[in-house]
Ligand binder design. Structure first.
Ligand code: AHR
Length: 662
């Protein structure tokens, strides 16, 4: 192997794991190491919220992603007149809608605003029908079609109103592109006032690119709005729910926190485009859709209530991020809320706590209760700001948010922002303002994560605590995953100070991404694959004790790999009440390692351990066609107070070892 220019001690790889791993991973001569774990030496507390996820609506993560709505542009609010929207030309008001004309009936389709469903949902569609036959409108969903499954039930609804004529019932169908009907239902004839109609459709066969078609047979004019189609089988069977496969993939990480809704989407393209949570709650028909600063549209059907419900469903603490009255420093013109309007931005933070935790008799607690959740959501954290630039206005405004929150919501932990990058330009402001936790972000090459594995060893043990709220190594290869594991082992060692982490971005729709090439979970209309980095998140979060144990890793004096000292990241954590010792190891080298592991200071160590290995070629990636190219392999190995492990080249391993409870 070309990296093996080293002086390497050869040893015999006669261990059980060797038989279970591809020979290519064990072919090189192994480095020898010793790992000594001293449970009787000082232990460092591990944060119970260390592993979370960061969910942002980027890469079609919400509409066209986690939000299970299958109709794109259901309320006809897409529009092209926002001069700062990056892809304005791609978002005409009738995006994803086409006329349907059968026999000799014609249909003119146009948007209208004269008599809307409500003022927050100002645009609807008017169909002008002439001749005889059937005509109406079809929606093609996201990225070219609506994927449906044989036997599955889909819940349809719309608001309709009759203009002149148009006295016939409506027909709703799921069809193939060439018009073959896969499911059909007849609705009532619309009345003269807006009214909701709904039905369910059971599809006769699988179709990856179906369309939803609404037609009628009487000439005249007809208004439609909020045309919606959901699979019945959403995550936890929730109405207005989440796409099951994606939600399950996130839940399987077992995150302890969910940071949402962003990211840059929080301060938007400018203040008019910022994410204001009050626009996202209540009946979906009364929510106020918005441009996305990532160049597409936000229906806000997945809004603050749904985010908090999802957190509850997966046992995570919500960590909402609110804008702080200044816009993104990268975009011009830089905007700041006028002095006279800042109070409203601050009040949004205070009111959010009432929405989440307030009694049902309070203004915002009642909104939550009316949405079906009278019990509080137990919000503990509120984040203010995301990667703002270091400007005088930021320094003037930010402390006012903190002061108001401290006065009105003293039980809430405030998460501030250290600014963009590992230089943490706003850390001093966060420190001076007295936030509880401050959030730092970096997207770097794999080697950066390996070289910076000691970043937190020397940080001061004082407030604020640290949240590494967005990070990723620059690709979705096995090398990136291993580099992230090396970095995380360093964070576990310092988890008394670094109390939260989250990889970013979480979701990416294959057909249209705005983020860098690294994302945790990739998907299309009905398929999902998980990256090697995903498995690192899952393994690290699911195998964590409450205390980090002192340990040393020693290689032979002369050992070098590729001209440098060898690297083996090790993190032992103990869950003493559960009687479990977790030992994580990450080997970012092209050389396997055989290590002698010694555990001191623990009784009742079992003689077998469960070993999970994530190994593969450094350039290996998962894909839709090969989703398990890199995936964890679970084995059992001999263990005890002294035992051997073989750590394949470019691998991450997690050992789970039973020990006496204490
Ligand atoms: O993760 C994508 C973007 O990267 C986030 O919105 C932003 O916070 C970061 O710069």
């Amino acid at each position: 192997m070309k990296f093996l220019k080293a002086i390497i001690t050869k040893i015999n790889l006669g261990l059980a794991i060797a038989a279970l791993l591809p020979s290519s991973l064990l072919g090189a001569e192994a480095l020898q190491a010793t790992i000594s774990i001293a449970a009787d030496k000082p232990r460092t507390a591990v944060s119970p919220t260390l592993y979370g996820v960061f969910y942002e609506d980027i890469n079609y993560a919400a509409d066209g992603g986690l939000y299970a709505e299958m109709v794109q542009n259901r309320s006809f609010e897409y529009h092209t007149d926002d001069k700062r929207a990056k892809k304005a030309s791609a978002l005409p008001p009738l995006r994803a809608w086409t006329p349907v004309e059968r026999k000799s009936m014609t249909c003119r389709v146009a948007t209208a605003t004269a008599q809307p469903l409500n003022e927050r949902n100002p645009t609807y569609v008017t169909l002008t029908l002439a001749g005889k036959g059937e005509a109406g409108v079809a929606n093609t969903g996201y990225h070219g079609g609506i994927p449906v499954k044989a036997g599955a039930i889909y819940d349809f609804s719309l608001y309709a109103r009759r203009g002149r004529g148009a006295t016939a019932p409506l027909t709703v169908a799921i069809e193939t592109a060439d018009g073959t009907v896969l499911a059909q239902a007849i609705l009532g004839a619309p009345g003269a006032a807006w009214a909701k109609q709904q039905t369910s459709l059971t599809v006769s066969r699988d179709e990856p690119k179906a369309r939803l078609v609404v037609t009628t047979s009487a000439a005249g004019s007809l208004d439609l709005d909020m045309v919606s189609l959901f699979p019945r089988d959403t995550f936890k069977k929730r109405k207005n729910g989440l796409r099951k496969d994606l939600a399950e993939a996130i839940a399987a990480i077992h995150p302890t926190t969910v940071r949402f809704p962003g990211g840059c989407i929080v301060h938007g393209n400018g203040l008019a485009n910022a994410y204001r949570w009050k626009d996202t709650v209540g009946d979906v028909a009364t929510r106020k859709p918005n441009w996305s600063r990532w160049g597409y549209y936000q229906s806000y059907g997945l809004g603050y209530f749904e985010y908090m419900l999802f957190c509850e469903d997966i046992g995570a603490s919500p960590l909402p991020i609110l804008p702080c009255g200044v816009s993104c420093g990268f975009l011009r013109p830089y905007e700041v809320a006028p002095e006279g309007e800042l109070a409203a931005w601050i009040q949004d933070c205070v009111d959010l706590v009432e929405f989440a935790n307030g009694p049902v008799t309070s203004t915002w607690g009642k909104v939550r209760a009316d949405m079906g959740h009278p019990a509080p959501f137990n919000l503990r954290f509120v984040g203010i700001g995301n990667e703002e630039h270091d400007t005088p206005k930021m320094r003037e405004y930010f402390p006012r948010f903190v002061a108001a929150m401290r006065a009105k919501c003293p039980d809430i932990q405030i998460v501030g922002t250290s600014g963009l990058g590992d230089e943490i330009p706003l850390f001093d402001l966060m420190s001076a303002t007295g936030v509880d936790i401050t959030d730092e972000h970096y997207y770097k090459p794999p080697q950066w994560f390996i070289d910076n594995r000691h970043r937190f060893d020397t940080v001061a043990r004082k407030a604020p605590k640290i949240y590494v709220g967005e990070y990723a190594s620059h690709s979705n290869t096995q090398l990136s995953a291993v580099a992230e594991a090396v970095y995380l082992a360093g964070i576990e060692r310092n988890s008394d100070q670094v109390v939260m982490t989250a990889y970013a971005p979480l979701l990416a729709r294959i057909e249209d991404t705005q983020s860098r090439k690294a994302n945790l979970i990739w998907f299309d209309g009905d398929r999902v694959f998980k990256t090697p980095s995903y498995y690192v998140q899952q393994l690290f979060g699911s195998n964590l004790g409450d205390h980090y144990l002192t340990n040393t890793v020693v290689f032979p004096d002369a050992a070098v790999v590729d001209g440098k000292p060898p690297v083996l990241a090790v993190s032992p954590t103990l869950a003493s009440k559960d009687g479990k010792l977790f030992i994580k190891v990450a080997n970012p080298m092209d050389v396997p390692i055989t290590a002698r592991v010694t555990v001191q200071g623990l009784s009742g160590i079992q003689t077998e351990a469960q070993l999970t290995t994530l190994a593969g070629d450094k350039a290996a990636v998962n894909s839709l066609t090969n989703p398990q190219q890199i995936a964890p392999v679970v084995t059992t190995i001999p263990a005890g107070a002294n035992f051997n492990i073989t750590v394949p080249a470019m691998s991450v391993q997690v050992l789970q070892l039973g020990v006496g409870k204490s």
